[in-house]
Design a protein around this ligand. Structure first.
Ligand SMILES: Nc1nc2c(ncn2[C@@H]2O[C@H](COP(=O)(O)OP(=O)(O)OP(=O)(O)O)[C@@H](O)[C@H]2O)c(=O)[nH]1
Ligand SMILES: [Mg+2]
Length: 471
């Protein structure tokens, strides 16, 4: 299918209630993705629940529980266009209980918009120890999202204060630098997502704001609005990855009545075409592609970067979110029995020694893995080994370790395939550490399903009510 515009994916991150869904919803509305009538309907219905201020958030918050509670629980995807790009926006939850969904969203993005509220105390809550503005940036950076836009939201609540904006830019620059981002390459835009200031058009309420500048290797770019900033994203590297072996990490598996099994996800590398055979790792399931859709349009082929729904032939086995589809004739993904990784421990109150088990988030997979051996500690700056076979590691340490998944899992060395080679180590809502895969040992593992099993919770649907409003 001919493509008029390049395709990018943006994830919207930030602390609870800072206005992620509202900003994304308003952006989609202003770009023509939803009608004025729909917004009017949302306004009326939301007012009935005492939540009128969530009318734009409802563009993305579609679950009953989300609308009633006024929070985002699961990620949702929507599309709109800028002059240069067809954009898929992934709205992620800020609530720490749903961080697994935030990670899944961030793992599929080329650029992040960090929405941070400028309102009194709210910005501070986001960047305090345990604040999600900070934690989300760590996650995004670890997952390879290198381009960042900071939308300083709720400027109306500060009476459009230049001083407050400057204070937030300064503080955010400080902590993003510690995480690894370059503040000079970051776009900062003062906005009101709810009122629409500096979204598509320059706001008359902030005459002091002269626009944003970002400096990257590609040069200096300037702009005014949030839309300008999205339009200035550098096209992602997976454009050039359509010739690599196929990797389609599965985000969702749908059983559609009268159609059959549909796999949903973003293609990280390679190309998928109707009629081709698929191998689905880690359980080696084979199926054939019947058809491919993106945005309700049937495609002749799906390429790296595309969000696709792939209708496959019926299979007996269970296919789960987190599995990875590939091409059996071209370096198919495989299950690993163990992997060696370089890990950095960020937050942990005690000593971590062999036997320690925590969730490893790698793309759309969330699998408990056991630390089986600590090979050596390393100096983070020089990379030199500092201690062979230590008994334990602790916060601040960098080490080479061996990990064993407690259920079938697919990861790949970072040097071979970065998207399947980086991961987060997490205990519930706390990010314990981050890592990159150095080498893998192929093989199968016993499925040790136990209380750690988060993917099972989703399957049973008892984590939250998945019922949609019918719009
Ligand atoms: N004053 C003001 N309020 C805003 C603005 N943007 C969002 N809000 C309000 O902030 C509240 C939370 O908005 P959401 O868009 O649901 O926030 P969120 O970041 O998506 O929240 P979670 O997804 O649950 O983390 C709502 O009452 C919004 O109306 C803004 O620009 N100005
Ligand atoms: Mg939200």
């Amino acid at each position: 299918m001919p493509r008029e515009k390049s395709h990018i994916t943006i994830v919207v991150l930030g602390h609870l209630d800072h206005g992620k869904s509202t900003t994304a919803g308003r952006l989609i509305y202003e770009c023509g993705g939803v009608s004025r009538n729909t917004i009017a309907e949302y306004e009326q219905e939301a007012a009935g629940l005492g939540k009128a201020s969530f009318k734009y958030a409802w563009v993305l918050d579609k679950l009953r529980a989300e609308r009633e509670r006024g929070i985002t629980i699961d990620i949702s995807l929507c599309t709109f266009e800028t002059p240069r790009f067809a954009v898929t926006v992934i709205d992620a939850p800020g609530h720490r209980d749903y961080i697994k969904n935030t990670i899944t969203g961030a793992s599929q993005a080329d650029c992040a918009i960090l929405v941070t509220s400028a309102d009194t105390g709210e910005f501070e809550a986001g960047v305090d120890q345990g604040g999600q503005s900070r934690q989300h940036l760590v996650l995004a950076f670890t997952l390879g999202v290198r381009q960042l836009i900071v939308a300083v939201n709720k400027m109306d609540a500060t009476r459009w204060s230049e001083e407050r904006f400057n204070e937030i830019v300064k503080e955010t620059s400080n902590f993003e630098k510690k995480i690894g981002y370059n503040p000079k390459a970051t776009v900062f835009v003062p906005i009101s997502g709810f009122h629409g200031d500096n979204m598509l058009e320059e706001s008359p309420n902030m005459p002091w704001y002269k626009g944003w500048t970002k400096e990257t290797k590609g040069g200096v770019v300037k702009g005014k609005t949030l839309l300008d900033a999205i339009d200035a994203v550098e096209p992602p590297s997976h454009y050039y990855a359509t010739n690599k072996p196929l990797r389609l990490p599965i985000r969702d598996v749908q059983e559609v009545p009268e159609i059959g099994t549909v796999l949903v996800g973003r293609i990280e590398t390679g190309t998928i075409t109707p009629g081709m055979e698929l191998t689905i790792a880690p359980t080696n399931i084979t199926a054939e592609v019947i058809s491919i859709e993106s945005n309700d349009e049937e495609l002749h082929a799906g390429h790296a970067g595309d969000h696709v729904s792939v209708h496959i032939t019926e299979v007996e086995e269970d296919i789960r979110p987190g599995y990875v589809a590939g091409d059996p004739n071209n370096d198919a993904p495989e299950s690993v029995a163990s992997f060696n990784a370089q890990v950095v421990i960020l937050n942990h109150s005690g000593e971590i020694s062999p036997g320690y088990t925590a969730t490893v988030d790698c793309l759309t997979a969330h699998i408990p893995c056991r630390l089986s051996r600590i090979l050596h500690k390393k100096d983070r700056r020089t990379g030199r080994p500092t201690e062979q076979s230590p008994d334990s590691i602790r916060a601040g340490d960098c080490a080479i370790v061996e990990m064993v998944p407690t259920k079938p899992m697919c990861v790949e060395p970072y040097s071979k395939n970065p998207c399947l080679g980086r991961f987060i180590i997490r205990e519930e809502s706390c990010t314990v550490g981050v890592g990159t895969v150095q080498s893998v040992e192929f093989g199968t593992v016993e499925d040790e399903s136990d209380e750690y099993d988060e993917n099972d919770e989703d399957d049973e649907g008892d984590e939250y009510d998945h019922e949609n409003y019918s719009d």
